[in-house]
Design a protein around this ligand. Structure first.
Ligand code: GAL
Length: 659
């Protein structure tokens, strides 16, 4: 399988989405000059160029792309060439309305924006395959080509008729018989029993709550249907260029794609990373995105395909990045394993819906602060390239378990609390590890966990039998596990397990009876000895061999276990406030033999080890002194560091042990 090194030739990729079709060709010359000044070595081209390439059905306009590819090659800039299939030209919707997706109310998503393609439309797929084939045939041998980028952030749901047909086919593949489907979906409830496959629909707008397993399967199906589109295009380009790696960029924490399943089908995993510069925990969110993507790449290369050099334009209020933040977050991506740091987009647009979204070259041009910072980042990444090439993050001994099926099933109508948001719960637990300066990985609950010293389940409402057996075996084999509330409640069909929680898990954690769930209101806190819990609490009776490490204090659950422990298995029936979760988790991690990346870090400083390098990243604004025992050299400044390094606002150091 081709890897990223084939594309990077040993360099960290630095660059961004480049949309030359938005500019007169004189500007291209200017672009190249500035790219070289900034150390840009990679551009992603063609993401939304379908109407330029195929202005009328079947036509091909490759002239501009030929010139662009040549120009990039002449200037030593590699091209990640995108298939343009995320945004069909207007003629497609006009001539073939069935290529337009429908929402759950049956409304058409019209052209005029983007991503208006019906994933299961045969006509869409035919046109997508044809343009992909011709691009691959024409540019497969071009020396500028370094990688294929398929589509963009696959994200369309479709409740239309062709999607309904494909959904039925998918269900036949999963269940075989209608009886099996009726059983899995529990259709005895509310008179939903199906007598014919033709009667089954995507979960369209209904009078009252849809069948939850139908909704769950529709989400599974959507991820698979989009993946079919991806795989079809991937196979076309791979046939032409077996040695050129293929990627498709993820949105992190996007419901529509089961990233575990997708990542296994990509040569290089890539992600679009947009933490909010105003978020005081933006650095933590970035770390989570990197940890998640690195883990999805499962030891393989991965890249930040997009980030913003300044503001985005899709939040309520869009803030610029203060000086230094772009550099800090770029270095953080490298620290956490990225082999590419790229942006959306190279040059800020003057027209279109994203004209207020930043670019590496902002409206202020080359004298603007944004470009000046980009230049600095490019120069520093070039300094680091050789040292980080082919290295991996080390010391990530904790696995945070993450699963799309659990997310899909837990977030539905009819649940006990609308306040429990799965990504927010995962983020709270990752934050605790980040604050404890423990480098986390993510894993699927059915992965082999034996390499990890500690396994953390922020919440996995749905767990398959295989996953449960995996966890039990992990603890039996000497592993330590910590689980958050509302875990192991449902089986793969979203059927509640006997007793409200799987019996094997109740045994594992020492829970005799789970009497009731006690969800909390938005601002409500529950008293626990020594701290307060948020979001949720549970009325649990511990089994004899378990003990309540920390009881609830006051309220209805007074004296009952909030935190339970049985041997190496811990269960937290509430979500402790942040100030309590991290010391609790840090203590469990330490007992499990997990070491932080560096001891005695000042608050706000993140330490990560990649290969032989120690990255120090300061997310705060006040100057701090970080103790680093021994002699090191800071690769960014070339200076020696003896026993301590000082970091100013958003400062960073990349230390290598001095000989
Ligand atoms: C991404 C997308 C880009 C651009 C960017 C703006 O979701 O892939 O094309 O729209 O967001 O932040």
């Amino acid at each position: 399988m081709p890897g990223l090194t084939d594309a990077t030739r040993g360099r960290i990729l630095f660059g961004g989405d480049y949309n030359p079709e938005q500019w007169p060709e004189e500007v291209w010359q200017e672009d190249v000059r500035l790219m070289k000044e900034a150390g840009v070595n990679s551009v992603t081209v063609g993401v939304f160029s379908w109407a330029e390439l195929e202005p009328t059905p079947g036509a091909r306009e490759f002239g501009w792309l030929d010139r662009l590819m040549d120009l990039m090659h002449e200037n030593g800039i590699g091209v990640v060439l995108a298939t343009p299939t995320a945004s069909p030209p207007p003629w497609m919707g006009r001539l073939h309305p069935e290529t337009l997706p429908r929402d759950e109310d049956g409304r058409i998503e019209w052209w005029g924006g983007r991503q208006h393609f019906a994933h299961s439309s045969a006509v869409y797929r035919r046109y997508a395959a044809a343009i992909t084939e011709d691009l691959a045939a024409r540019y497969g041998g071009h020396p500028a080509l370094t990688m294929w980028h398929i589509n963009n952030e696959y994200c369309t749901y479709d409740w239309g008729d062709e999607a309904a047909t494909a959904f039925r086919r998918w269900l036949q593949g999963r269940y075989g018989t209608l009886d099996a489907l009726n059983t899995a979906w529990g259709t005895a409830f509310w008179s939903q029993g199906y007598d014919d496959w033709e009667g089954i629909l995507p979960p369209r707008h209904a009078h009252y709550m849809n069948n939850p397993t139908q909704v769950l399967d529709f989400k599974r199906f959507t991820s698979d249907a989009l993946m079919e589109c991806f795989v079809a295009e991937r196979d076309i380009v791979a046939r032409h260029t077996p040695n050129i790696p293929v990627t498709s960029n993820f949105m992190p924490f996007w419901q529509g794609q089961d990233a575990w399943a997708w990542a296994g089908r990509e040569d290089v995993v890539s992600v679009d990373s947009y933490p909010d510069p105003r978020d005081p925990l933006g650095g933590q969110y970035g770390a989570l995105i990197h940890d998640m993507t690195r883990s999805q790449a499962r030891g393989g290369p991965w890249m930040v395909m997009e980030q913003a050099a300044g503001p985005v334009n899709w939040r309520g209020v869009n803030h610029p990045k203060p000086p230094g933040l772009n550099r800090l977050w770029s270095l953080q991506a490298v620290a956490r394993g990225a082999d590419a740091v790229c942006y959306f987009q190279w040059r800020q647009s003057r027209q279109g819906a994203e004209k207020f979204h930043s670019g590496m070259v902002s409206h202020a041009g080359e004298r603007g602060r944004t470009f000046q910072e980009v230049k600095r980042i490019g120069a520093e990444l070039a300094l680091l390239s050789e040292k980080v090439a082919d290295t991996r993050v080390t010391g990530a001994d904790v696995a945070v378990l993450l699963d799309w099926n659990a997310w899909w099933a837990s977030g539905q109508d009819g649940r006990l609390s609308g306040e429990v948001d799965y990504p927010a719960v995962v983020r709270a637990w990752h934050r605790a590890l980040w604050e404890a300066n423990v480098t986390a990985s993510f894993a699927h609950p059915e992965h082999d966990l034996s390499a990890y010293k500690l396994v953390v389940l922020p919440q996995l409402y749905l767990l398959t039998d295989t996953a449960i057996d995996n966890l039990v075996a992990y603890v039996r084999g000497g592993g330590t596990v910590v689980s958050g509330f509302l875990t192991g409640v449902a089986d793969q069909d979203d059927r509640v397990r006997q007793g409200g929680m799987d019996e094997r898990l109740r045994k594992l954690f020492g829970i005799r009876t789970l009497h009731e769930w006690w969800p909390l209101d938005a601002d409500e806190k529950v008293g626990v000895e020594g701290f307060r819990g948020t979001l949720w609490s549970e009325e649990i009776e511990a089994a004899d061999e378990a003990y309540a490490v920390i009881p609830y204090k006051g309220g209805e659950l007074d004296g009952l276990p909030a935190v339970l422990r049985k041997g190496r298995a811990w269960y937290l029936s509430t979500l402790p406030e942040p100030a309590a979760l991290w010391p609790l988790l840090a203590g469990i991690a330490e007992d499990a033999g997990v070491r932080p990346a560096l001891d005695h870090l000042p608050a706000g400083v993140e330490a990560v080890r990649r290969g032989e390098l120690l990255f120090l990243l300061h997310h705060g604004r006040d100057t701090v002194t970080v103790p680093v025992p021994g002699r090191h050299r800071d690769l960014l400044t070339g200076e020696d560091v003896v026993d301590a390094v000082e970091l100013g606002r958003y400062g960073a150091a990349v230390l290598e042990a001095a000989p």
